[in-house]
Design a protein around this ligand. Structure first.
Ligand SMILES: [Zn+2]
Ligand SMILES: [Zn+2]
Length: 304
């Protein structure tokens, strides 16, 4: 198979029905990335972007792609949940890439910030529950650390597949609040302690992110946490993959339909409170992280 330029195709895009050579494919991804950034005004001159890097293909490709854009300041950071045999490899890859690109990189651990490793929680809480907890703590630390690093925005590596899954999951759950908060740039919050999140990767399909990382020689770790137990997301993923196979372009259509719909949705109200325990932004008196933490600390079998 040939690329339109006449070169040997290394990637076949089903939804376009054409093959791409290495150099045309890489340029097309870079073009798409820049288009997402400019169309949604994700980055302004003078911004300081904190880039959350887990060490998987999405976040590392994002770091690489961001480094190709000028006019703003950037710092990378990773959260070490304390998942033995999983996160260390990713953090190693992230540190390596950041060093190569000349970008400052920091690591924050659950152990140091929260007092425990997530592995220890699994025995106490069970698999399903401890994943929910982990997600809350990760989002909590991502926002806190991005702010402490002086960032005006927090960049996360959600790809097109992640975004399409989130849209459909909130749709079937009827969660209109969360549904309205999706998008490339979820908008500003009323709380100054909340660092707005941007998703510059959300128009690039997962398969293409993987191909990009491999073609660019980016060393990355697997994305799948060994504890991962998000049944609904996993079911939605396989459903969308089936649809994509049968009807190429489905995921893109979901995301672009969402964007058109979002323009007419009411802006969700941002959290205006600060948690009475920790001072972080919260929708209630105490934030979700403090609520879960106090539950853990109350358990008699939790030594700390
Ligand atoms: Zn070509
Ligand atoms: Zn709190």
């Amino acid at each position: 198979m040939k690329c339109e330029c006449g070169g040997r195709a290394v990637y076949y895009r089903r939804y376009e029905g054409r093959g791409w050579c290495k150099s045309c494919f890489v340029s097309s991804i870079e073009r798409k990335f820049r288009h997402t950034v400019s169309k949604n005004r994700l980055i302004q001159k003078g911004d300081r972007i904190a880039v959350a890097v887990s060490g998987g293909k999405d976040s590392l490709s994002m770091l690489h792609l961001l480094s190709g854009i000028r006019g703003f300041d950037m710092v990378a950071f990773s959260i070490d949940e304390g998942i033995g045999g999983y996160r260390p490899k990713g953090i190693g890859c992230a540190a390596e890439l950041a060093r190569g690109l000349g970008i400052e990189h920091h690591v924050y651990s659950y152990k140091k910030e929260l007092g425990f490793e997530i592995d220890a929680l699994q025995d106490i809480l069970g698999q399903v529950k401890h994943c929910t907890y982990c997600g809350v703590f990760r989002r909590y630390l991502l926002n806190m650390k991005a702010r402490e690093l002086g960032a005006s925005k927090l960049a996360v590596g959600h790809n097109l597949d992640d975004e399409a899954q989130s849209i459909m999951m909130n749709f079937v759950r009827g969660d209109s609040m969360r549904f309205a908060r999706l998008g490339a740039s979820p908008g500003v919050s009323a709380n100054v302690k909340f660092v707005p999140r941007i998703k510059p990767m959300r128009d690039i399909p997962e398969r293409e992110v993987a191909a990009y990382a491999i073609l660019k020689g980016i060393e990355f770790a697997g994305d799948e946490c060994p504890h991962s137990f998000d049944n609904v997301r996993r079911d939605m993923q396989s459903l969308l993959n089936d649809f994509e196979l049968k009807y190429p372009g489905t995921k893109q259509q979901i995301v672009s339909f969402y964007d058109r719909l979002k323009a007419s949705l009411p802006v969700p109200e941002g959290s205006v409170q600060e948690c009475v325990e920790c001072g972080e932004p919260s929708s209630g008196r105490t934030c979700k992280a403090c609520e879960l933490l106090s539950g853990i600390r109350k358990r008699p079998d939790q030594s700390s």
